[in-house]
Design a protein around this ligand. Sequence first.
Ligand code: PMP
Length: 491
Amino acid sequence: MPMQLDGITLTADDHGAGRADGYPGRSRARTHAVDRGSVDVQAIRRHFVFPGVGRVVTNNAASTQPPDELLELYRSLAAGYENVHRGQSDASRAMTALFEESYDTIARFLGAPGRASIALYRNTTEAINAVMYSLLTEFRDGDNVVTTMMEHNSNYVPWYAMCREILPRLGRRVEYRLARFDPGTGELDLDHLASLIDARTKLVCCTGASNFLGTRIRLPAVRALADGSGYRQPSGERRSYLLVDAAQLVPGSFVDVQALDVDYLAFSFHKLLAPFGVGVLYAKEHLLASSLPFLYGGDMIAEGRVFPDRVGYTCLPWKFAAGTPNILGAIVSAQALRILLDLALSPECPAYFGTGKPIERAAVESAMGRVSAWNRQLTSRALDGLGAIPGITIYGPRDPARRTSLVAFNAAGRDPVAVAEGLNRAGVESRAGCHCATLAHHALELTPRGSCRLSFYLYNTLDEVDQAVAAVAAIAAGPSGPAERGFPWTG
Ligand code: PMP
Protein backbone atom coordinates (compact mmCIF):
# COMPACT_ATOMS: atom_id res chain seq x y z
CA MET A 1 0.00 0.00 0.00
CA PRO A 2 1.60 3.26 -1.07
CA MET A 3 1.45 6.11 1.44
CA GLN A 4 -0.11 9.39 0.45
CA LEU A 5 1.89 12.51 1.19
CA ASP A 6 -0.27 15.43 0.21
CA GLY A 7 -0.62 14.48 -3.38
CA ILE A 8 2.62 12.51 -3.57
CA THR A 9 2.53 8.78 -3.35
CA LEU A 10 5.39 7.72 -1.18
CA THR A 11 6.31 4.14 -1.85
CA ALA A 12 9.52 2.39 -1.14
CA ASP A 13 10.10 0.80 -4.48
CA ASP A 14 13.14 2.42 -6.05
CA HIS A 15 12.69 0.38 -9.16
CA GLY A 16 8.92 0.14 -9.24
CA ALA A 17 7.58 -1.56 -12.35
CA GLY A 18 6.04 0.77 -14.88
CA ARG A 19 7.27 3.98 -13.25
CA ALA A 20 10.15 6.14 -14.24
CA ASP A 21 11.25 6.85 -10.69
CA GLY A 22 8.84 4.84 -8.59
CA TYR A 23 6.80 7.93 -7.64
CA PRO A 24 3.71 8.74 -9.66
CA GLY A 25 3.42 12.43 -10.41
CA ARG A 26 7.06 13.09 -9.62
CA SER A 27 8.85 11.90 -12.70
CA ARG A 28 11.36 14.68 -12.54
CA ALA A 29 14.35 12.51 -13.09
CA ARG A 30 17.32 14.77 -13.53
CA THR A 31 20.97 14.05 -13.73
CA HIS A 32 23.50 16.31 -12.11
CA ALA A 33 26.93 17.07 -13.36
CA VAL A 34 29.15 18.38 -10.56
CA ASP A 35 28.74 22.15 -10.66
CA ARG A 36 30.06 25.22 -8.91
CA GLY A 37 26.75 27.04 -8.52
CA SER A 38 25.79 28.73 -5.29
CA VAL A 39 22.89 28.28 -2.93
CA ASP A 40 19.80 30.50 -3.18
CA VAL A 41 19.60 31.46 0.48
CA GLN A 42 16.41 33.48 0.27
CA ALA A 43 14.59 30.64 -1.46
CA ILE A 44 15.98 28.20 1.10
CA ARG A 45 14.77 30.30 4.03
CA ARG A 46 11.18 30.10 2.81
CA HIS A 47 11.21 26.40 3.80
CA PHE A 48 11.81 27.18 7.49
CA VAL A 49 9.82 28.65 10.37
CA PHE A 50 12.65 30.45 12.17
CA PRO A 51 13.14 33.45 9.82
CA GLY A 52 9.44 34.29 10.19
CA VAL A 53 9.71 34.54 13.95
CA GLY A 54 12.79 36.73 13.78
CA ARG A 55 15.37 34.29 15.11
CA VAL A 56 19.02 34.65 14.20
CA VAL A 57 19.96 30.98 14.46
CA THR A 58 23.72 30.87 14.72
CA ASN A 59 24.08 27.80 16.96
CA ASN A 60 23.91 25.23 14.18
CA ALA A 61 26.88 23.16 15.32
CA ALA A 62 24.62 22.09 18.20
CA SER A 63 21.52 21.41 16.07
CA THR A 64 20.11 22.71 12.81
CA GLN A 65 16.54 23.80 12.10
CA PRO A 66 14.02 21.43 10.48
CA PRO A 67 12.38 22.48 7.20
CA ASP A 68 8.57 22.55 7.14
CA GLU A 69 8.43 19.58 4.79
CA LEU A 70 10.04 17.24 7.30
CA LEU A 71 7.66 18.21 10.08
CA GLU A 72 4.78 17.76 7.68
CA LEU A 73 6.14 14.35 6.72
CA TYR A 74 5.51 13.08 10.25
CA ARG A 75 1.85 14.02 9.93
CA SER A 76 1.59 12.43 6.51
CA LEU A 77 3.05 9.18 7.75
CA ALA A 78 0.28 8.90 10.35
CA ALA A 79 -2.06 7.52 7.68
CA GLY A 80 -0.04 4.32 7.43
CA TYR A 81 1.37 4.30 10.96
CA GLU A 82 2.57 0.80 11.84
CA ASN A 83 5.51 -1.10 13.22
CA VAL A 84 8.13 -2.60 10.86
CA HIS A 85 9.01 -6.29 10.39
CA ARG A 86 6.10 -7.08 12.70
CA GLY A 87 2.89 -7.41 10.75
CA GLN A 88 1.27 -8.72 7.62
CA SER A 89 -0.98 -5.73 6.96
CA ASP A 90 -0.45 -3.53 3.93
CA ALA A 91 0.39 -0.71 6.32
CA SER A 92 3.07 -2.72 8.08
CA ARG A 93 4.60 -3.86 4.81
CA ALA A 94 4.56 -0.35 3.35
CA MET A 95 6.11 1.12 6.48
CA THR A 96 8.73 -1.62 6.49
CA ALA A 97 9.62 -0.86 2.89
CA LEU A 98 9.93 2.88 3.60
CA PHE A 99 12.03 2.21 6.68
CA GLU A 100 14.37 -0.15 4.86
CA GLU A 101 14.68 2.22 1.93
CA SER A 102 15.91 4.90 4.34
CA TYR A 103 19.02 2.83 4.85
CA ASP A 104 19.62 2.80 1.09
CA THR A 105 19.34 6.60 0.90
CA ILE A 106 21.78 7.04 3.76
CA ALA A 107 24.21 4.58 2.18
CA ARG A 108 24.08 6.39 -1.16
CA PHE A 109 24.57 9.78 0.49
CA LEU A 110 27.75 8.49 2.12
CA GLY A 111 29.01 6.55 -0.88
CA ALA A 112 28.67 3.30 1.07
CA PRO A 113 28.27 0.08 -0.93
CA GLY A 114 24.80 -0.55 0.49
CA ARG A 115 22.44 -0.74 3.44
CA ALA A 116 24.41 -3.58 5.05
CA SER A 117 27.00 -1.00 6.13
CA ILE A 118 24.51 1.23 7.95
CA ALA A 119 23.36 0.92 11.56
CA LEU A 120 21.03 3.51 13.07
CA TYR A 121 21.23 4.69 16.64
CA ARG A 122 19.95 7.67 18.60
CA ASN A 123 22.91 9.91 17.84
CA THR A 124 26.66 10.04 17.24
CA THR A 125 27.36 9.31 20.87
CA GLU A 126 25.39 6.08 20.83
CA ALA A 127 26.93 5.06 17.49
CA ILE A 128 30.45 5.44 18.92
CA ASN A 129 29.47 3.53 22.04
CA ALA A 130 28.12 0.79 19.78
CA VAL A 131 31.57 0.44 18.20
CA MET A 132 33.17 0.39 21.63
CA TYR A 133 30.89 -2.38 22.90
CA SER A 134 31.19 -4.35 19.66
CA LEU A 135 34.98 -4.27 19.76
CA LEU A 136 35.27 -4.70 23.53
CA THR A 137 35.87 -8.41 23.40
CA GLU A 138 38.44 -8.09 20.61
CA PHE A 139 40.93 -5.91 22.49
CA ARG A 140 43.85 -8.02 23.69
CA ASP A 141 45.89 -7.44 26.81
CA GLY A 142 48.51 -4.77 26.00
CA ASP A 143 46.57 -3.23 23.09
CA ASN A 144 45.92 0.49 22.85
CA VAL A 145 43.44 2.87 21.28
CA VAL A 146 44.67 6.23 20.01
CA THR A 147 42.44 9.29 19.99
CA THR A 148 43.08 13.05 20.13
CA MET A 149 42.85 16.06 22.40
CA MET A 150 40.49 17.63 19.84
CA GLU A 151 37.68 15.14 20.37
CA HIS A 152 34.18 15.78 21.49
CA ASN A 153 33.70 13.91 24.77
CA SER A 154 31.64 11.39 22.77
CA ASN A 155 34.81 10.16 21.10
CA TYR A 156 36.98 10.23 24.20
CA VAL A 157 34.90 9.21 27.22
CA PRO A 158 33.80 5.83 25.75
CA TRP A 159 37.47 4.91 25.18
CA TYR A 160 38.43 6.24 28.60
CA ALA A 161 35.67 4.13 30.16
CA MET A 162 36.63 1.04 28.17
CA CYS A 163 40.29 1.31 29.20
CA ARG A 164 39.88 2.51 32.78
CA GLU A 165 36.58 1.08 33.92
CA ILE A 166 35.36 -1.86 31.84
CA LEU A 167 38.33 -3.90 30.63
CA PRO A 168 40.22 -3.80 33.97
CA ARG A 169 37.24 -5.61 35.50
CA LEU A 170 37.76 -8.33 32.91
CA GLY A 171 41.44 -8.50 33.77
CA ARG A 172 42.67 -6.84 30.58
CA ARG A 173 45.00 -3.88 30.35
CA VAL A 174 44.34 -1.66 27.35
CA GLU A 175 45.52 1.95 27.29
CA TYR A 176 44.27 5.03 25.48
CA ARG A 177 46.63 7.60 24.06
CA LEU A 178 45.84 11.20 23.21
CA ALA A 179 47.40 13.04 20.26
CA ARG A 180 48.07 16.76 20.72
CA PHE A 181 47.03 19.64 18.53
CA ASP A 182 48.88 22.87 17.84
CA PRO A 183 47.31 25.51 20.10
CA GLY A 184 48.27 28.29 17.65
CA THR A 185 47.01 26.83 14.39
CA GLY A 186 44.40 24.43 15.74
CA GLU A 187 45.81 21.66 13.53
CA LEU A 188 46.19 18.07 14.72
CA ASP A 189 49.85 17.28 15.43
CA LEU A 190 50.34 14.44 12.96
CA ASP A 191 53.91 13.80 14.14
CA HIS A 192 52.67 13.28 17.67
CA LEU A 193 49.85 11.10 16.39
CA ALA A 194 52.39 9.02 14.44
CA SER A 195 54.50 8.59 17.57
CA LEU A 196 51.51 7.16 19.48
CA ILE A 197 50.44 4.58 16.90
CA ASP A 198 52.26 1.26 17.07
CA ALA A 199 51.78 -2.44 16.41
CA ARG A 200 49.43 -2.70 19.44
CA THR A 201 47.07 0.05 18.22
CA LYS A 202 43.84 -1.69 17.39
CA LEU A 203 41.90 1.47 16.69
CA VAL A 204 42.54 5.13 15.86
CA CYS A 205 39.59 7.36 16.76
CA CYS A 206 39.60 10.78 15.26
CA THR A 207 37.19 13.61 14.73
CA GLY A 208 36.50 14.57 11.12
CA ALA A 209 36.22 18.20 12.18
CA SER A 210 36.52 19.76 15.62
CA ASN A 211 33.33 21.20 17.09
CA PHE A 212 35.40 23.81 18.98
CA LEU A 213 38.39 24.69 16.79
CA GLY A 214 36.51 24.09 13.54
CA THR A 215 39.58 22.34 12.12
CA ARG A 216 39.02 19.85 9.31
CA ILE A 217 41.25 16.90 10.00
CA ARG A 218 43.46 15.63 7.17
CA LEU A 219 41.84 12.21 7.20
CA PRO A 220 43.97 10.65 4.43
CA ALA A 221 47.06 11.37 6.54
CA VAL A 222 45.44 9.78 9.60
CA ARG A 223 44.37 6.79 7.50
CA ALA A 224 47.94 6.36 6.26
CA LEU A 225 49.26 6.37 9.82
CA ALA A 226 46.65 3.81 10.91
CA ASP A 227 47.52 1.69 7.87
CA GLY A 228 51.19 1.62 8.81
CA SER A 229 50.76 0.28 12.34
CA GLY A 230 51.00 -3.40 11.45
CA TYR A 231 48.39 -4.32 14.10
CA ARG A 232 47.05 -7.82 13.48
CA GLN A 233 43.25 -7.68 13.35
CA PRO A 234 41.15 -10.85 13.78
CA SER A 235 40.21 -10.52 10.08
CA GLY A 236 43.86 -10.96 9.17
CA GLU A 237 44.27 -7.31 8.17
CA ARG A 238 47.56 -5.81 9.34
CA ARG A 239 46.56 -2.26 10.25
CA SER A 240 44.67 -0.24 12.81
CA TYR A 241 41.00 0.42 12.28
CA LEU A 242 39.98 4.06 11.80
CA LEU A 243 36.86 5.48 13.40
CA VAL A 244 35.86 8.99 12.36
CA ASP A 245 33.48 11.12 14.41
CA ALA A 246 31.90 12.96 11.50
CA ALA A 247 29.22 14.83 13.47
CA GLN A 248 30.64 18.16 12.29
CA LEU A 249 31.89 16.91 8.95
CA VAL A 250 28.94 15.28 7.21
CA PRO A 251 26.47 18.20 7.50
CA GLY A 252 28.62 20.56 5.42
CA SER A 253 30.96 18.42 3.33
CA PHE A 254 30.92 15.89 0.56
CA VAL A 255 31.92 12.66 2.29
CA ASP A 256 32.73 9.42 0.53
CA VAL A 257 33.33 6.69 3.05
CA GLN A 258 34.90 4.36 0.50
CA ALA A 259 37.29 7.02 -0.83
CA LEU A 260 38.27 7.87 2.75
CA ASP A 261 38.57 4.16 3.48
CA VAL A 262 37.25 4.66 7.00
CA ASP A 263 36.31 1.57 8.97
CA TYR A 264 33.70 3.35 11.06
CA LEU A 265 32.06 6.75 10.71
CA ALA A 266 29.38 8.30 12.89
CA PHE A 267 27.16 11.37 12.64
CA SER A 268 23.82 12.75 13.91
CA PHE A 269 20.89 13.81 11.78
CA HIS A 270 19.87 16.63 14.12
CA LYS A 271 22.83 18.64 12.79
CA LEU A 272 21.65 18.01 9.26
CA LEU A 273 18.13 19.48 9.07
CA ALA A 274 16.34 16.45 10.58
CA PRO A 275 14.52 16.49 13.90
CA PHE A 276 16.23 14.98 16.94
CA GLY A 277 16.62 11.27 17.53
CA VAL A 278 18.59 9.46 14.82
CA GLY A 279 22.32 8.94 14.39
CA VAL A 280 24.25 6.87 11.88
CA LEU A 281 27.01 4.38 12.20
CA TYR A 282 28.62 3.50 8.90
CA ALA A 283 30.93 0.50 9.17
CA LYS A 284 32.60 -1.75 6.65
CA GLU A 285 30.29 -4.67 6.06
CA HIS A 286 32.81 -7.33 7.00
CA LEU A 287 33.33 -5.63 10.37
CA LEU A 288 29.63 -5.56 11.13
CA ALA A 289 29.31 -9.14 9.92
CA SER A 290 32.09 -10.43 12.14
CA SER A 291 31.59 -8.34 15.27
CA LEU A 292 29.20 -8.92 18.11
CA PRO A 293 26.03 -6.86 18.09
CA PHE A 294 25.80 -3.95 20.51
CA LEU A 295 22.19 -4.60 21.54
CA TYR A 296 20.48 -7.97 21.77
CA GLY A 297 16.80 -8.85 21.58
CA GLY A 298 13.93 -8.83 19.15
CA ASP A 299 14.23 -8.31 15.41
CA MET A 300 17.98 -8.86 15.34
CA ILE A 301 17.51 -12.62 15.38
CA ALA A 302 16.88 -14.82 12.36
CA GLU A 303 13.19 -15.75 12.19
CA GLY A 304 12.60 -18.97 14.14
CA ARG A 305 16.26 -19.43 15.04
CA VAL A 306 16.02 -18.96 18.79
CA PHE A 307 16.40 -22.15 20.85
CA PRO A 308 17.10 -22.92 24.50
CA ASP A 309 20.69 -23.71 23.59
CA ARG A 310 21.49 -21.37 20.71
CA VAL A 311 20.46 -18.20 18.89
CA GLY A 312 20.99 -17.19 15.27
CA TYR A 313 21.27 -13.55 14.27
CA THR A 314 19.62 -12.10 11.22
CA CYS A 315 21.31 -10.51 8.22
CA LEU A 316 22.84 -7.05 8.09
CA PRO A 317 21.95 -4.36 8.81
CA TRP A 318 19.10 -5.69 10.98
CA LYS A 319 21.52 -7.60 13.19
CA PHE A 320 22.31 -4.12 14.53
CA ALA A 321 18.68 -3.04 14.90
CA ALA A 322 17.47 -4.80 18.05
CA GLY A 323 14.06 -3.79 19.35
CA THR A 324 11.49 -1.54 17.73
CA PRO A 325 13.51 1.15 16.01
CA ASN A 326 12.81 4.85 15.61
CA ILE A 327 10.82 4.14 12.47
CA LEU A 328 9.44 7.57 11.68
CA GLY A 329 12.71 9.16 12.72
CA ALA A 330 14.67 7.01 10.29
CA ILE A 331 12.29 7.73 7.40
CA VAL A 332 12.23 11.47 8.10
CA SER A 333 16.01 11.56 8.57
CA ALA A 334 16.67 9.91 5.23
CA GLN A 335 14.27 12.36 3.66
CA ALA A 336 16.29 15.15 5.32
CA LEU A 337 19.20 14.13 3.11
CA ARG A 338 16.93 14.40 0.10
CA ILE A 339 15.62 17.83 1.05
CA LEU A 340 19.17 18.99 1.75
CA LEU A 341 20.04 18.11 -1.84
CA ASP A 342 16.93 19.88 -3.11
CA LEU A 343 17.54 23.01 -1.05
CA ALA A 344 21.12 23.24 -2.22
CA LEU A 345 20.42 22.47 -5.87
CA SER A 346 16.92 23.70 -6.67
CA PRO A 347 14.88 24.92 -3.68
CA GLU A 348 11.96 26.01 -5.87
CA CYS A 349 11.77 22.72 -7.72
CA PRO A 350 12.52 19.70 -5.53
CA ALA A 351 13.74 16.57 -7.25
CA TYR A 352 14.50 14.16 -4.42
CA PHE A 353 12.32 14.94 -1.42
CA GLY A 354 9.24 12.75 -1.08
CA THR A 355 10.63 10.20 -3.48
CA GLY A 356 12.65 7.07 -3.04
CA LYS A 357 14.57 7.31 -6.26
CA PRO A 358 18.26 6.62 -5.86
CA ILE A 359 20.22 9.79 -5.25
CA GLU A 360 23.10 10.24 -7.66
CA ARG A 361 26.60 10.68 -6.29
CA ALA A 362 27.13 13.62 -8.63
CA ALA A 363 24.09 15.34 -7.12
CA VAL A 364 25.42 14.76 -3.62
CA GLU A 365 28.79 16.15 -4.63
CA SER A 366 27.25 19.22 -6.28
CA ALA A 367 24.90 19.90 -3.40
CA MET A 368 27.49 19.46 -0.68
CA GLY A 369 29.96 21.52 -2.70
CA ARG A 370 27.46 24.39 -2.68
CA VAL A 371 26.69 23.99 1.03
CA SER A 372 30.36 23.94 1.85
CA ALA A 373 31.13 26.98 -0.34
CA TRP A 374 28.36 29.01 1.27
CA ASN A 375 29.38 27.91 4.75
CA ARG A 376 32.90 29.04 3.92
CA GLN A 377 31.69 32.49 2.88
CA LEU A 378 29.75 32.87 6.11
CA THR A 379 32.71 31.68 8.17
CA SER A 380 35.12 33.94 6.33
CA ARG A 381 32.88 36.92 7.02
CA ALA A 382 32.69 35.99 10.71
CA LEU A 383 36.46 35.47 10.99
CA ASP A 384 37.11 38.87 9.37
CA GLY A 385 34.52 40.64 11.48
CA LEU A 386 35.41 39.07 14.81
CA GLY A 387 39.13 39.39 14.08
CA ALA A 388 38.75 43.15 13.75
CA ILE A 389 37.24 43.55 17.24
CA PRO A 390 39.83 44.58 19.87
CA GLY A 391 40.39 41.95 22.56
CA ILE A 392 38.87 39.01 20.67
CA THR A 393 40.76 35.70 20.57
CA ILE A 394 39.62 33.29 17.86
CA TYR A 395 40.48 29.59 18.19
CA GLY A 396 41.40 27.29 15.34
CA PRO A 397 42.78 27.78 11.82
CA ARG A 398 42.82 31.27 10.31
CA ASP A 399 42.12 29.94 6.82
CA PRO A 400 38.37 29.42 6.33
CA ALA A 401 39.16 26.59 3.89
CA ARG A 402 40.66 24.61 6.78
CA ARG A 403 37.52 24.99 8.88
CA THR A 404 33.91 24.01 9.09
CA SER A 405 31.28 26.69 9.60
CA LEU A 406 31.87 27.57 13.22
CA VAL A 407 33.93 30.15 15.03
CA ALA A 408 34.70 29.87 18.74
CA PHE A 409 36.19 32.89 20.46
CA ASN A 410 36.67 34.72 23.74
CA ALA A 411 36.51 38.41 24.53
CA ALA A 412 39.28 39.60 26.85
CA GLY A 413 38.09 39.84 30.44
CA ARG A 414 34.64 38.48 29.65
CA ASP A 415 32.98 35.34 30.77
CA PRO A 416 31.95 33.50 27.57
CA VAL A 417 28.58 32.59 29.08
CA ALA A 418 27.93 36.27 29.76
CA VAL A 419 28.91 37.02 26.15
CA ALA A 420 26.45 34.39 24.88
CA GLU A 421 23.75 35.79 27.15
CA GLY A 422 24.50 39.28 25.84
CA LEU A 423 24.23 37.96 22.30
CA ASN A 424 20.90 36.40 23.15
CA ARG A 425 19.64 39.78 24.41
CA ALA A 426 20.71 41.19 21.04
CA GLY A 427 18.66 38.49 19.31
CA VAL A 428 21.64 36.36 18.28
CA GLU A 429 21.72 32.68 19.26
CA SER A 430 25.09 31.20 20.20
CA ARG A 431 26.55 28.69 22.62
CA ALA A 432 29.10 29.15 25.38
CA GLY A 433 30.92 26.59 27.50
CA CYS A 434 33.27 23.77 26.55
CA HIS A 435 30.97 22.46 23.81
CA CYS A 436 31.87 18.99 25.17
CA ALA A 437 35.37 19.57 23.76
CA THR A 438 36.64 19.69 27.32
CA LEU A 439 40.11 18.25 26.66
CA ALA A 440 40.86 20.96 24.10
CA HIS A 441 39.71 23.69 26.47
CA HIS A 442 42.05 22.26 29.12
CA ALA A 443 44.88 22.12 26.57
CA LEU A 444 44.43 25.83 25.84
CA GLU A 445 44.39 26.55 29.60
CA LEU A 446 41.36 28.76 29.26
CA THR A 447 40.26 30.56 32.39
CA PRO A 448 37.33 30.57 32.69
CA ARG A 449 37.31 27.21 30.93
CA GLY A 450 35.05 27.96 28.02
CA SER A 451 34.48 29.84 24.81
CA CYS A 452 31.59 31.37 22.93
CA ARG A 453 30.73 29.81 19.57
CA LEU A 454 28.82 31.04 16.51
CA SER A 455 28.00 28.40 13.93
CA PHE A 456 26.31 28.69 10.56
CA TYR A 457 24.42 26.60 8.06
CA LEU A 458 23.14 26.92 4.53
CA TYR A 459 20.15 29.08 5.50
CA ASN A 460 22.17 31.79 7.25
CA THR A 461 22.76 35.13 5.53
CA LEU A 462 25.79 37.40 5.50
CA ASP A 463 23.56 40.01 7.19
CA GLU A 464 23.03 37.62 10.08
CA VAL A 465 26.77 37.13 10.42
CA ASP A 466 27.21 40.92 10.44
CA GLN A 467 24.49 41.23 13.07
CA ALA A 468 26.24 38.66 15.24
CA VAL A 469 29.63 40.33 14.81
CA ALA A 470 28.17 43.77 15.63
CA ALA A 471 26.60 42.34 18.78
CA VAL A 472 29.93 40.82 19.86
CA ALA A 473 31.65 44.17 19.19
CA ALA A 474 29.11 45.98 21.35
CA ILE A 475 29.52 43.48 24.18
CA ALA A 476 33.33 43.61 23.97
CA ALA A 477 33.26 47.43 24.09
CA GLY A 478 30.71 47.67 26.89
CA PRO A 479 31.24 47.51 30.66
CA SER A 480 31.70 44.07 32.15
CA GLY A 481 28.41 43.24 33.81
CA PRO A 482 27.43 41.60 37.09
CA ALA A 483 26.69 38.41 35.17
CA GLU A 484 30.40 37.64 34.97
CA ARG A 485 31.17 34.30 36.60
CA GLY A 486 34.27 32.77 37.96
CA PHE A 487 36.31 29.74 37.00
CA PRO A 488 35.79 26.84 36.80
CA TRP A 489 32.97 25.05 35.11
CA THR A 490 32.89 22.19 32.71
CA GLY A 491 31.04 21.53 29.50
N1 PMP B 1 31.01 14.75 18.02
C1 PMP B 1 31.03 16.01 17.63
C2 PMP B 1 32.22 16.53 16.87
C3 PMP B 1 29.95 16.86 17.90
O1 PMP B 1 29.98 18.12 17.52
C4 PMP B 1 28.85 16.33 18.61
C5 PMP B 1 27.66 17.19 18.95
N2 PMP B 1 28.01 18.37 19.62
C6 PMP B 1 28.89 14.99 18.99
C7 PMP B 1 29.98 14.22 18.69
C8 PMP B 1 27.79 14.36 19.76
O2 PMP B 1 26.63 14.34 18.99
P1 PMP B 1 25.29 13.80 19.64
O3 PMP B 1 24.99 14.69 20.80
O4 PMP B 1 24.29 13.96 18.55
O5 PMP B 1 25.53 12.41 20.04
